[in-house]
Design a protein around this ligand. Structure first.
Ligand code: PMP
Length: 366
């Protein structure tokens, strides 16, 4: 997305914003959308009905509760923490932004572990935070523990994405603990995809012993609420207090708060779908691995997507979109991800289709 900003406007902009590239997921409408790591099964019917009933009761003439009080209490109970340890935001993205507003800025350093979710760097740069990269191993995308701990010793923010987007691998919780101990600043465990990971992989049990740890969750992925924009962070009351100070007062609207309350109280209804996505992930990985003879490589994943390398991936992505109406995410120009695409795990039919379409494209002679 090229920026259409005139010289006159550039001259009066905040300097750190002038050269920023807007976040652009390159969305184009397609029949099969496996590009944004959403839950393609959609909300269970009974939950959707209860959400509709709740929405019908909402008074939109009144402002929302600034801190989403009921939802905050429900989330606290779910995760076994106090409400003061929870902050709800307009998607995880808003909370990430708040983290940089509160703890970033000029003279502050953020440790990033690319290749990873690009939004961290975007927000860091916007608020003039120095970005210190600890690059992942290009073979398995693991992070060198000693390099990370060393980089964290004077950082204001360390971001550890687990499972990582787009590589799908976890950060060991022992490493999260070591970083919390070494870092004078705030350590973010971004667990946006945590519901799809093996039990025991969350950094959440570390919260009680590490007051500088914050854990990000979202209802966008496993809980089918990407369009409603609700995420939350867990942390110590003190760090949550700092984040509350910089937030927009009414960022989570009344409709989203009401819908999220229903989703959280009926969260068990999502478990069968989450289990299905996890089993489909293995089947999709198997299908893609069967294309090894065509040069396809798939990495293991603990999330609801797979990172896949293949010859001329950018061209494959365009042909998937233009000839098969299947949208996947292209990472082929991201440093460290040459010829890589990210495919969200979909329904069995969607997964079969994407494997067969990739196979057809790569088998073509032209
Ligand atoms: N963290 C990671 C790693 C993500 O991939 C995303 C969504 N793409 C988010 C946070 C934010 O998600 P949302 O704003 O929808 O809650």
């Amino acid at each position: 997305m090229a920026q259409q900003i005139s010289q006159a406007v550039r001259a009066v902009m905040r300097p750190s914003a002038v050269s920023l590239e807007p976040y652009d997921p390159s969305f184009s409408p397609c029949r099969v959308n496996l590009s944004a790591n959403e839950n393609t099964y959609g909300m269970p019917a009974e939950v959707r009905d209860h959400v509709s009933q709740a929405l019908a009761q909402v008074a939109t003439n009144r402002y929302p509760k600034p801190m989403s009080d009921e939802l905050r209490a429900q989330i606290a109970e779910w995760h076994g923490v106090m409400p003061e340890q929870v902050i709800v935001g307009n998607g995880g993205d808003e909370l990430l932004f708040n983290l940089f507003l509160a703890f970033g800025g000029s003279g502050h350093t953020m440790v990033d572990c690319p290749p990873t979710f690009s939004v961290y760097r975007l927000y860091a740069e916007l608020v003039e935070t120095t970005v210190r990269d600890v690059r992942r191993n290009p073979e398995d995308f693991s992070i060198d523990p000693d390099e990370l701990v060393k980089a964290a010793t004077d950082a204001s923010i360390v971001v550890l994405t687990s499972p990582n987007n787009p590589t799908g691998n976890l950060v060991p919780t022992e490493l999260v603990a070591r970083v919390c101990e070494a870092c004078p600043g705030v350590v973010l465990a971004d667990e946006a995809y945590g519901e799809f990971s093996a039990a025991g992989s969350s950094a959440e049990p570390l919260l009680s012993g590490h007051p500088n740890l914050v854990v990000l969750h979202t209802l966008s992925k496993a809980y089918c609420m990407a369009g409603a924009r609700v995420g939350y962070l867990l942390g110590s009351p003190s760090v949550i207090g700092a984040l509350s100070a910089v937030r927009q007062p009414y960022s989570v609207n009344v409709l989203s708060q009401a819908a999220a309350s229903v989703v959280v109280s009926e969260r068990e209804a999502f478990e069968p779908t989450i289990a299905r996505i996890v089993s489909e992930r293995s089947r999709l990985a198997g299908g893609l691995s069967s294309l090894e003879r065509l040069g396809v490589r798939v990495w293991p994943s603990e999330a609801n997507f797979l990172l896949v390398r293949m010859p001329d991936a950018h061209r494959v992505r365009c042909l998937l979109r233009d000839e098969h109406s299947i949208l996947v995410r292209d990472f082929s120009s991201t440093p460290g991800l040459r010829d890589c695409l990210r495919v969200t795990v979909g329904t069995p039919a969607e997964n079969d289709e994407v494997v067969s379409a990739i196979s057809q494209i790569l088998s073509r002679e032209d």
